[in-house]
Each structure stands twice: as structure tokens, then as C-alpha cells.
Design a protein around this ligand. Structure first.
Ligand SMILES: [Zn+2]
Length: 72
């Protein structure tokens, strides 16, 4: 499904000079939005990293709070 309009995606082989030879693209038949699988993978990886960082920060805040709550 198209991430922009929810339309149907068709597989397209494109040679746009970005990579050596041809590359695969998903193109929306509705709005012509193109999804590059490599860019999509990078985006998902960046999201996963951002999630890990957010989790680590939340954990750190939790730890520092519990340390501060311990009576001395
Ligand atoms: Zn679309």
C-alpha cells in the first residue's frame, strides 16, 4: 500500500543513475509516489535506532530517579 494515499503499489524497474544498473522501485498507480526499498530500509533502521536511544534515555532517567529516591 502506498504510504501517502493508500493506493496500489506496482513493482517498477528503474535506471535513474543513482545506482549502478537498474534498481527496484515500488510505484503507486494512484498518485505516482515512489518507494525506494533501500531508502525504506534505511528509514526503518533509523527508526529502530531512534527507538533504542529513546528506550536507553528512559531507562537512564528511571535509574537516576530511583538512585535519587534512595535515602542516604
Ligand atoms: Zn499513492
Amino acid at each position: 500500500m502506498c504510504p501517502r494515499c493508500g493506493g496500489l503499489l506496482v513493482l517498477e524497474f528503474a535506471d535513474d543513475g543513482w545506482f549502478d544498473g537498474w534498481c527496484q522501485l515500488w510505484r503507486c498507480v494512484n498518485c505516482s509516489h515512489r518507494t525506494d526499498p533501500i531508502m525504506e530500509r534505511n528509514r526503518q533502521r533509523n527508526q529502530a535506532i531512534a527507538q533504542l536511544v529513546a528506550d536507553a534515555e528512559a531507562h537512564l532517567q528511571l535509574c537516576s530517579r530511583s538512585v535519587a529516591d534512595v535515602p542516604r
